[in-house]
Write a protein that binds this ligand. Structure first.
Ligand code: FES
Length: 81
């Protein structure tokens, strides 16, 4: 699974760094390093939806406060599907 987090300036201001750090932590705590490939991505023009995160190309809008929920629902949810 390829997860990309936008590191463009608008998403950066909305906390993309924090989202990345939280996701890295959650991925390693759940021993998913070999299944989840976390990447930084450039602005995709969806700045208003920031922080923009894509899972295999599908766009989600994540905030630092919702990162954990996003991880549980979308990442673990997909892996367990
Ligand atoms: S800065 Fe993230 S989509 Fe533009």
């Amino acid at each position: 699974m390829r997860v990309s987090i936008c590191i463009g300036s608008a998403c950066h201001l909305k906390g993309s760094r924090e989202v990345i750090q939280k996701l890295q932590k959650l991925v390693s705590e759940n021993h998913l390093d070999s299944e989840v490939d976390l990447n930084g991505d450039f602005c995709s023009g969806n700045c208003r939806k920031g922080v923009c995160v894509t899972i295999d190309g599908e766009l989600y809008s994540v905030k630092p406060e919702t990162t954990e929920e996003f991880f549980q629902k979308e990442i673990l949810g997909r892996l367990n599907a």
